[in-house]
Design a binder for this molecule. Structure first.
Ligand code: MLT
Length: 312
């Protein structure tokens, strides 16, 4: 029999369920975004996309698994800025963030927010900075492991303030949020996607946003950059990938489904409710993600190196 050409392979694609690997625990921001996109993309592709959570090692366990997966379009991957920071944070990774993947497209962008458990004794940024300087040895800071956006944000925050807090790692900020709501951990810097509803309902205290400018959907939260931490800026972008050597036509079909999803009014509304921005459809493309990933690897490399943070 003749081997199927990529074109004929792509013509029948997808003819079975696709799995989207999420590199963090269920219930967190990446999982939330993944489930929204999976549903909308599945509608466009006329196939179900199921989400599988593979948390651990700040997202790098899942990335390693996707890098080894069969490149047939039935395993795809969502990851955020951590895909660009991991190469600088980890001395050894069993994959390369660029070469082991085929970019599908950018998906979303969100600010992070600095939050605390509800009864934490500091009502605003000036009080928080003063409190941390006086009480640093008893304050805990949650994150989702080295390579997580919450880890990056916490690292930037501690270095900007000049304090070292006790960090508490989780497999995702979903479970970390549960502990923060329960009062078991004090602080976290997490994507608005995961914090917005708790900020609005007053279940957590919020001090500021990590975008350079104020965010209209989070009124009253100043940028950290204008509350005593000049230059502070973090934007948590998510993108979709396939394993290296996934046929180009399949990647393009997935990209067109992603473009459809980020333009879907129901997806946009749901994301807006979470203070999360879908990208413009013309950025939900392999070229846009490839360029952004490279730029972010170059941007964060020297910052991480200077911080001296690394994992083996
Ligand atoms: C998650 O989904 O748990 C987050 O994206 C974790 C993080 O990067 O802080």
């Amino acid at each position: 029999a003749l081997a199927a050409s990529p074109v004929s392979y792509a013509a029948g694609y997808p003819d079975k369920t696709i799995t989207m690997i999420v590199p963090f625990a269920a219930g967190g921001p990446t999982d939330t975004i993944a489930r929204l996109l999976a549903q909308a993309m599945g509608t466009d592709l006329k196939q179900q996309i199921i989400v599988e959570n593979v948390g651990g090692a700040g997202g790098t366990l899942a990335a390693a698994r996707v890098a080894r997966a069969t490149p047939d379009g039935y395993t795809i991957f969502i990851h955020h800025v951590g895909h660009a920071t991991a190469p600088s944070l980890y001395r050894k990774l069993p994959y390369n963030s660029i070469d082991s993947f085929e970019p599908i497209g950018l998906a979303t962008d969100a600010t992070s927010t600095l939050i605390a458990r509800k009864d934490f004794p500091a009502k605003d940024m000036p009080e928080l900075l003063a409190y941390l300087k006086a009480n640093k040895e008893k304050v805990t800071l949650a994150n989702a492991g080295i390579g997580a956006a919450s880890h990056l944000c916490g690292m930037l925050f501690m270095s900007a303030v000049g304090v070292e807090l006790t960090t508490v790692p989780y497999k995702g900020t979903g479970p970390a949020m549960n502990d923060l709501l329960g009062g078991q951990v004090d602080l976290m810097c997490d994507q608005a996607t995961n914090t917005m509803s708790h900020i609005k309902s007053g279940k957590v205290k919020a001090y500021g946003v990590t975008y350079k400018n104020a965010v209209a959907s989070l009124p009253g939260l100043p940028p950290l950059a204008s509350s005593g931490l000049p230059g502070f800026e973090l934007s948590v972008w998510h993108g979709l990938y396939a394993p290296k050597a996934t046929p180009k036509e399949v990647v393009n079909r997935l990209s067109s489904a992603l473009q459809h999803a980020v333009a879907d009014p129901a997806v946009k509304q749901r994301l807006a409710d979470l203070s999360t921005d879908p990208v413009a459809p013309n950025r939900a493309t392999p070229d846009a993600l490839r360029a952004h990933l490279k730029a972010e690897i170059d941007k964060w490399g020297p910052i991480i190196k200077k911080s001296g943070t690394y994992a083996d």
